[in-house]
Design a protein around this ligand. Sequence first.
Ligand SMILES: [Zn+2]
Ligand SMILES: [Zn+2]
Length: 380
Amino acid sequence: MQPMAIEDGYFHLGGASVSDTCLAAVFVGAESPLELQEFKIPDVKPGNILIKMNMAAVCGTDAHNWYNPEAPNPIIWGHENIGQIAKLGSQAKRDILGMPLHEGDRVLFHSAPCGHCYNCIMSLRCTNSIHYGNSKVDRNSDTMLRGGFGEYMLLDPDPAIIRVPDEMSTERALMSVIGNHTVMGGLRKIDGPTQGDTVVVQGVGPIGMGALIQSNVRGAAAVIMIGGPSHRLDLAKELGATQVIDIHEYPTPEARIRRVKELTGAGPDLVIEASGAKTSVHEGLQMVRYGGKYLVIGLILPTSVEMDPSAIAAKDLIVAGVVGSKVENIIRSMRVMQSRIDVPIEKMITHQYPLANVNEALQSHVDLSAMVPVVNHTLS
Ligand SMILES: [Zn+2]
Ligand SMILES: [Zn+2]
């Protein structure tokens, strides 16, 4: 048997048995296709857990970084993940809820908060720990397998791991970490909508749909969705939207503001920005009623824009933003997905690709042909 060769920091098959290695799609630089490379599957130390991936979603962050010359590489993307436990370290026995873990269990997972940074102490989202699928790691170390676009992932000791109930579909479980957990954190922070409130959501992508679903869970009386194209608006209606405003029919901010006022009178109680469009905040602040709330989620990339912030004070508004998610909201999101959401949320996963076609998955996000494209590791 030939020895395993290491070239450029990567392990390559040299006659070693296939079970010692796995494939992963590596981002090697802006505007280059992700490369399928072979990696040695590392030893599972007492605190580690080895995950065999089931499904990983392509997120807007990945699509953005694909064109970003500053994006760190090499890196294995895939941060919205569900997988099965392939191997449990001897000390990894229970999930975060205290449920016993077994090899073969399906799980959601997230890096655990570090517990000692300022954010952790103040009960904020820890920004001091590695984020699977987002953080660059040493290409020569065992820890390269940290993204969902690989067949296997190695979790650090003491990960935040949540066992997925057997009766829950893989697609539904995955949706609890696509938009819904972030939106849930934002709605809890802004303390809205209150039961009976009217909500307007700007944007009908995965975050906007999460805003729709979570607003309805909180008891909104009506949720009006603004966006396009029409097939996304049709899905929004199926997922519980009361009204939709097509941006092709209402192409200017003035027309949309007028339409929102026609539908709501004084304006909605809560407006949620989930579009990432740079003019959306200026527009949304004009829609919301006096004394209302405005939550910014989609617009997280640096931009500059002319806007009038006077409405924040003049209309006595509460304004908040949110990014990412605390582990707490992943747990809550999955439980709500299991018990409270009776719309066909699985339909948001419109395209499934085998790992070998990961570049097509990315492309389908870039050209907006897919709502949520996923790499399904069980396809070949
Ligand atoms: Zn994401
Ligand atoms: Zn921390």
